[in-house]
Design a protein around this ligand. Sequence first.
Ligand code: HEM
Length: 136
Amino acid sequence: MLWIKALHIIFVTSWFAGLFYLPRLLVNHAMVTDVATSERLKLMEQKLYRFMLPLAILALAFGLWLWLGYGISGRWMHPKLTLVAVLIGYHFYCGKLVNDFKQDKNKHSHVWYRWFNELPVVVLTIIVILVVVKPF
Ligand code: HEM
């Protein structure tokens, strides 16, 4: 079980590297005016986004294994799963934003992306408190 938990944490951390960095790229992209930089950022965003999906799947698969395979659960699991659903929505919404930039159809300012960038920080903080402190 500890190996599965270790793998769960490894893939959660790797997925979050993307969830933190991709919106940072979008903040920069929203400020760019020259075509060459914009094209380079498009490539970086698309490659990073593609790389994040397998990491997300593995993080969730090992989490499900801990929950359903080893029966580790509690009342904390309900809010955790709700936040995981928010995170999955965030992940795919990032994909939509990457696609908007790809087609030069971005509608948001860099300030909007800065706020958007904060959501995974809040979600990560609450989830870690839920699984480690288990306040209920
Ligand atoms: C389908 C989604 C997920 C399920 C079913 C799930 C389930 C679990 C379970 C059952 C544990 C073991 C808890 C314990 O030993 O007390 C665990 C540990 C953990 N989970 Fe998840 N998890 C999921 C997604 C996530 C996500 C998205 C994050 C990060 C934001 C996360 C962060 C952690 C951390 C940090 C631990 C280690 C806690 C510890 O060792 O005390 N999990 N998860």
